[in-house]
Design a protein around this ligand. Sequence first.
Ligand SMILES: NC(=O)C1=CN([C@@H]2O[C@H](COP(=O)(O)OP(=O)(O)OC[C@H]3O[C@@H](n4cnc5c(N)ncnc54)[C@H](OP(=O)(O)O)[C@@H]3O)[C@@H](O)[C@H]2O)C=CC1
Ligand SMILES: O=C(O)[C@@H]1CCC=N1
Length: 278
Amino acid sequence: MSKPQTIAFIGAGNMASAIIGGMIENGFKAENIWVSAPDDSHLQSLRKRFGVSVTTDNRHCAQQADMIVLAVKPQVMRQVCQDIAPVVQNTRPLMVSIAAGLECATLDNWLGGGLPVVRVMPNTPSLVGKGSAGLYATDDVEQAQRDAVSAIFESIGVAVWVEQEDLLHAVTALSGSGPAYFFLMLEALEDAAVANGLEAATARKLAIQTMAGAAEMAGRGPDEPAQLKRNVMSPGGTTEQAIRTFEDGGLRELVTKASTAAYSRSGEMARELAKDDE
Ligand SMILES: NC(=O)C1=CN([C@@H]2O[C@H](COP(=O)(O)OP(=O)(O)OC[C@H]3O[C@@H](n4cnc5c(N)ncnc54)[C@H](OP(=O)(O)O)[C@@H]3O)[C@@H](O)[C@H]2O)C=CC1
Ligand SMILES: O=C(O)[C@@H]1CCC=N1
């Protein structure tokens, strides 16, 4: 299975739309994609936008596929898995979960046991082909199945396998939640620029391009971020004042605290969901 024949998405929200949109933009065929969710109006808008097949019946959706992407909130995952378990125990597809903090063992148990499971922590920039995903596979997953999942997530950004499931908590705190951190930074920079007299539209345009340009430079290397930062800081100049203000205000500690809060919440969710399984 280097490329699955048919992929079923259960859940049609932000992440499913982002992944499907990215896949289609990158050459995956809409006719090979099925999507299910309770609200038919959400499904119809996905069908119109991407040309995928849709159904409100999760079992019907699951029946179609040799790879099933579970893209519902962790809190409804148990009910969804138990609903499709009779189907997947028969068809034995590769199960791919993108739910935050839900461990493979818990998921497999809800699905009736013995299925190959891949856990992915993607992020919303997948919609524009700039996603970052961390992936973990259980021992039952064959190399060809890993390759098939890599192909999807590499078509919409970068995909990195981790060899210990626990590391997905760290991935969640970095790239899963990360886009929101940068959107917050954009909002703050834009507000500050407006306070300094720029028009909002101008401030947004410059802030976005500054963020994108800085990311591009950091990605290309070879200079470390610290050196790139020093290159902007002319002695006695403006940047020095701003960076000193960030450092004195405890920005690094705050970033560590915020990331640790996301990391801890991911672990806590895993424990809550596993407990729910007892
Ligand atoms: N948002 C993000 O940045 C990220 C999210 N994730 C994970 O992705 C998963 C989905 O999150 P997100 O897309 O943001 O959530 P959304 O709320 O946007 O989407 C959830 C989807 O699940 C559907 N749904 C609800 N109940 C059922 C059901 N019983 N059967 C089938 N579908 C159902 C909803 O249906 P309807 O459309 O009818 O309301 C909706 O389409 C979560 O597990 C989250 O942890 C992972 C990484 C990043
Ligand atoms: O906030 C959340 O729980 C999900 C997981 C990572 C991004 N959004």
